[in-house]
Unconditional design. Sequence first.
Length: 287
Amino acid sequence: MAKGRELKTRIKSVENTRKITRTMEMVATSKMKRAQDRVSAARPYAQALRDVIANLYSPELAERFPLLRQPAKINRAAVILITGNRGLAGAFNANLIKEARATLSRLEGEGVKVDIHGVGKKGLGYFRYIGRAVASSRTDIGDRPSAENAAEIVNDVTAAFARGEIDAVYVIYPNFKSVLSAPPATVQVLPVQPPEKGSTQRDYILAPNAETILGELLPLYVRNAIYRALVEMTAAFYAAQRTAMKNATDNASDMLKILARTYNRARQATITQEIAEIVGGAAALQG
């Protein structure tokens, strides 16, 4: 019955694993819902910022703002890679790192010197593994990123861009479209690309004037782009973790069915053998 005991131990182990993965699936579902709400709340504000900038923008004003400076050639760039601090989310972090490798390869192939800024332990762990230095790192941003977190990440590179020390800033993050779709995306946040004017033109009361307002809105627009990347990363991470844990739970259930069937067959074979031995022994005593 040694095999039967081994199977019972394995069944117990798989049952315990299934309890853990089911609990993690429930927790990820709850956190994903809250993160989705933050994504939904951030998008209208970002759209409103784009609309206001589009209506205020003019080529004459653009010449006065460093964040609108369009360099003739990109010689140096900053790449902000946003990944998760944890795993157990399938290929989520690996896909973001793959996107970062492709972006770095493209930029460096064009002769651009790239400074990497890492947000999240998984991305930073990869660059440590390959021995590549990072310009800055953050691993303390939790499940509820704030506008202050976004400002802390991007303020230094924004100032460097304004001084002309770098020519472009890119952010790599998962573009959260739905629970099942969050493909990695590389988005250029600096220089600010003048948004196209929409079909609906609004009349604004400008105080004190368009130049002052645009000067305040441009840094806010950049910070908001990073904030959106952070909240979308959180929502996409928990969506990926929920899917991974659901798959793990389903696989554990399937494995338990197979193990239970194997255990029952082994137990039946043992009982049959014992009956045969008893019958054989009784026949021997009678004979």
